[in-house]
Design a protein. Structure first.
Length: 72
C-alpha cells in the first residue's frame, strides 16, 4: 500500500529546477510517483512506507538545493 506526502519546496525558479527535484526523488527506492508543481512550490510524492519515509524524501529535496517542509 502506498502513502502520500505533500511538501512545500522553496527556491525552485524554473522548470529545470522542478526536473532535478523530480529526478532525485524518483531515483530513491520505494517511490511510486513524484509530481512537482513549480508555480505553487508543491511536490506530491507517493511512496511505499516499508522502503522509505517522508524525512528521507525531504532530505533528498534539500540535497538538490531547495528548502523543503512536509505539509501533510
Ligand atoms: Mo533554472 Mo533551477 O535555470 O536549480 S535549473 S533556476
Amino acid at each position: 500500500e502506498s502513502k502520500s506526502a505533500l511538501f512545500c519546496v522553496i527556491g525552485m525558479t524554473c522548470s529545470a529546477c522542478a526536473g532535478s527535484v523530480e529526478k532525485a526523488i524518483k531515483r530513491l527506492p520505494g517511490i511510486k510517483e513524484a509530481v512537482v508543481d513549480v508555480l505553487n512550490n508543491r511536490t506530491q510524492v507517493l511512496f511505499y512506507p516499508d522502503f522509505i519515509n517522508e524525512e528521507t524524501i525531504r532530505e533528498t529535496i534539500e540535497d538538490v538545493g531547495f528548502e523543503a517542509t512536509l505539509i501533510e
